[in-house]
Design a protein around this ligand. Structure first.
Ligand SMILES: [Zn+2]
Length: 59
């Protein structure tokens, strides 16, 4: 149980090298959705897979 956190999720970590010349996110690598959430820019950031279940099969 954590108190005092405004956002339940940490911001995504974009690859700024890829975002540098992106006109969609203006170099930030993230875009703000209409809900006010930050998400990776789909124009310049590689797809990191959808659905973060937090579970990963150990290989
Ligand atoms: Zn971008």
């Amino acid at each position: 149980m954590a108190y005092g956190a405004h956002s339940p999720f940490p911001p995504p970590h974009p690859d700024l090298g890829l975002a540098r010349d992106c006109a969609q996110c203006l170099g930030w690598g993230t875009v703000v959705t209409r809900d006010g959430d930050h998400e990776l820019c789909r124009t310049c950031q590689p797809d990191q897979g959808d659905g973060e279940s937090g579970l990963r099969s150990a290989s």
